[in-house]
Design a protein around this ligand. Structure first.
Ligand SMILES: Nc1ncnc2c1ncn2[C@@H]1O[C@H](COP(=O)(O)OP(=O)(O)OP(=O)(O)O)[C@@H](O)[C@H]1O
Length: 366
């Protein structure tokens, strides 16, 4: 794993800095992302794990500047170090400042930053409006029901790569084959409803990858697929990563997959990064009591490909009444009264390339 890290370029690609995203719902304000930090470098895979509802998907969508209403980014920065493909020059853009419907973010989505979400059914949502280019709808992870797959794929590929329509069709067929669609030369001319949900999911993966994005956001991309197809798709991602130096943000509940794919893992809890470390350090020397609890019931990481996150004791706090101090303190086996319920921990470097947000590692005056 470390050798891999050495051989790749280490240029920063995305830096999420103190990101805040809120949903203003009838019952109050949900702080879905509450001071999140995340760094992803070119060629690197960062795994993001944490219980359901901790803000993984919302962070991913913020990077695409695609927060659904009634949500909005209320603070922080998402710095995208955009490299000009011709000149190699790097320009830094704060994605949070871009118009979500503007030209720049539309170029970035799909072409420079691709994404795959685990929502096979949403791929048929007819949100496509006349006047919107097919590739924009497809880049937003929606297939258009009334258009042949091949046409949708070709338009999307041509919009993001310098190839002819004929070449794009070849790329589409080849990528459909790689993600395990049988008879891709024929399937390319079918309509989305003629495919199963799992096949549509694979088509979305094929589209995202055939645009050769510089970063791929994969949000539980293979959960609904069977294990052999999953392995095949993970191989395609790794191949592209090696040839294109693609960065990957890999969100998953499957620790076997994350151990296999990622070099570094970020653990989220209640909208924050609570621990960040290299995979081996995180699995064998977890520092945060939350990570320790998550991993406790897992016998051996990396042995089985379907090792899921454990459920841990206690309830995730009510988002409208967050605990004071460390948000994990009501569930924490290491709870220090008078300290953890009063003081909010900072992100502390606890070891070489290892950070934890926990008062066990912080000298604070009570
Ligand atoms: N459209 C929305 N409206 C209101 N609240 C939302 C919306 N989308 C997300 N949230 C809230 O934001 C928080 C973070 O959700 P998010 O989907 O990022 O979690 P997650 O870690 O990706 O969970 P999972 O592992 O289940 O996908 C949750 O409390 C969720 O209820």
């Amino acid at each position: 794993m470390e050798d891999n890290m050495e051989s790749k370029s280490k240029d920063l690609f995305i830096e999420v800095k103190d990101l805040h995203v809120e949903f203003d719902v009838r019952a109050g304000i949900v702080k879905a992302v509450d001071g999140m930090f995340l760094e992803i470098r070119r060629g690197q895979t960062v795994g993001v794990i944490g219980e359901s509802g901790c803000g993984k998907s919302v962070t991913a969508r913020a990077i695409m500047n695609m927060i659904p209403k009634p949500g909005k980014i209320t603070g922080g920065e998402i710095l995208y170090h955009r490299r000009n493909r011709e000149t190699g020059e790097v320009q830094t853009i704060d994605i949070t400042k871009l118009d979500p419907d503007g030209e720049i973010i539309r170029q970035i989505r799909g072409g420079e930053i691709g994404m795959i979400f685990q929502e096979p059914m949403s791929s048929l949502t007819p949100v496509y409006t006349a006047g919107q280019h097919i590739h924009e709808a497809v880049s937003l992870h929606r297939l258009i029901p009334v258009k042949k797959l091949g046409d949708q794929m070709v338009e999307t590929i041509v919009a993001h790569r310098k190839v002819t329509k004929e070449e794009a069709r070849e790329i589409a067929i080849e990528m459909l084959r790689k993600v395990g669609i049988p008879k891709p030369e024929q399937r390319v001319d079918s309509y989305p409803h003629q495919l199963s949900g799992g096949q549509r999911q694979r088509v979305m993966i094929a589209i995202a990858l055939s645009c050769q994005p510089e970063m791929l956001i994969a949000d539980e991309p293979t959960t609904a697929l069977d294990v052999s197809i999953e392995a095949q798709i993970l191989d395609v991602m790794r191949d592209l990563q090696n040839t294109m130096d693609m960065a990957i943000m890999f969100i998953t509940h499957n620790l076997g997959v994350v151990a296999e794919m990622a070099e570094e893992i970020v653990v989220m809890y209640m909208g924050k990064q609570v621990e960040r470390a290299r995979v081996v350090d995180l699995f064998y020397k977890p520092k945060h009591p939350y990570t320790q609890a998550l991993l406790r019931s897992i016998p051996r990481i990396g042995k089985k490909s379907d090792v899921r996150l454990a459920t841990i004791e206690g309830m995730v706090p009510d988002p409208f009444h967050l605990p004071t101090g460390c948000v994990f303190h009501p569930r924490c086996p290491m709870f220090m009264p008078g300290k953890c319920d009063k003081i909010e921990p900072s992100n502390i470097q606890v070891d070489d390339h290892h950070w934890a947000r926990c008062l066990l590692y912080e000298e604070v005056k009570v």
